[in-house]
Write a protein that binds this ligand. Structure first.
Ligand code: ADP
Ligand code: 5GP
Length: 191
């Protein structure tokens, strides 16, 4: 048994909208079911097929503000017109129960987590090119044109913030990206 095997880690996965975070993570979690994926809160409307309490906790603007006012969030951010946040309680509970936890959040939230928990491991998923990123975002058919434009406008700042991350994984070929993510996470668990 390695000497730090009892120490649990918090992994933060970020990247621009449409880069494939959800797709890469789904494959990773199927192969590594022992990780807990945090369920965020959001003021965004559910997409077709999204379920409250599974994909997100969908909150009204007032409910979200109430969580901010009562200091319920480990981090929260406004992204492309909606608010998103991670509840402290769930993260604390998972770490106390000895579970490795993964957050899939935006770059602003990731840097907030790092400030509060410097031991958190930040992983940025990069697109092979900006053109591919936009094609993936459009190809998903979940956002209207105005929302796609808003999300693409965030990309430059997101790439700048990525310089502060611990690791970058390029999501070109999906299987390679999942293998690279696995290498980073399993490697960090051994530290
Ligand atoms: P994100 O969670 O980062 O917003 P998604 O996981 O929803 O992105 O992926 C956006 C779109 O790109 C989806 O339609 C998904 O099937 C596709 N996609 C993800 N990864 C790849 C990949 N490596 N190659 C081709 N298409 C991909
Ligand atoms: P989407 O609307 O596509 O589900 O998510 C938009 C962005 O919000 C993505 O970059 C996603 O990672 C991010 N996000 C999801 N949950 C959270 C959260 O709890 N906090 C923050 N800061 N960002 C989040």
């Amino acid at each position: 048994m390695n000497k730090n095997s009892g120490k649990k880690k918090l992994f933060v996965i970020s990247g621009s909208s449409g880069v494939g975070k959800g797709t890469v993570l789904k494959s990773f979690l199927t192969k590594n079911p022992n990780f807990m994926l945090s369920i965020s809160c959001t003021t965004r409307a559910p997409r077709k097929g999204e379920v409250d309490g599974v994909n997100y906790f969908f909150l009204s603007k007032d409910e979200f503000q109430n969580c901010i006012d009562n200091d319920k969030f480990l981090e929260w951010a406004e992204f492309a017109g909606n608010r998103y946040g991670t509840k402290k309680k769930y993260i604390k509970q998972c770490l106390e129960e000895g579970k490795d936890i993964i957050l899939e959040i935006d770059t602003q939230g990731a840097l907030q987590v790092k400030k509060q928990m410097p031991e958190a491991v930040l992983i940025f998923i990069c697109p092979p090119s900006l053109e591919t990123l936009e094609n993936r975002l459009r190809g998903r058919h979940t956002e209207d044109e105005a929302t796609i434009q808003k999300r693409m406008q965030e990309v430059k700042t997101e790439l700048e913030r990525a310089e502060k991350f611990d690791y970058k994984v390029i999501n070109d070929d999906l299987a390679n990206a999942v293998a690279e993510l696995e290498k980073v996470i399993i490697g960090e668990q051994k530290c």
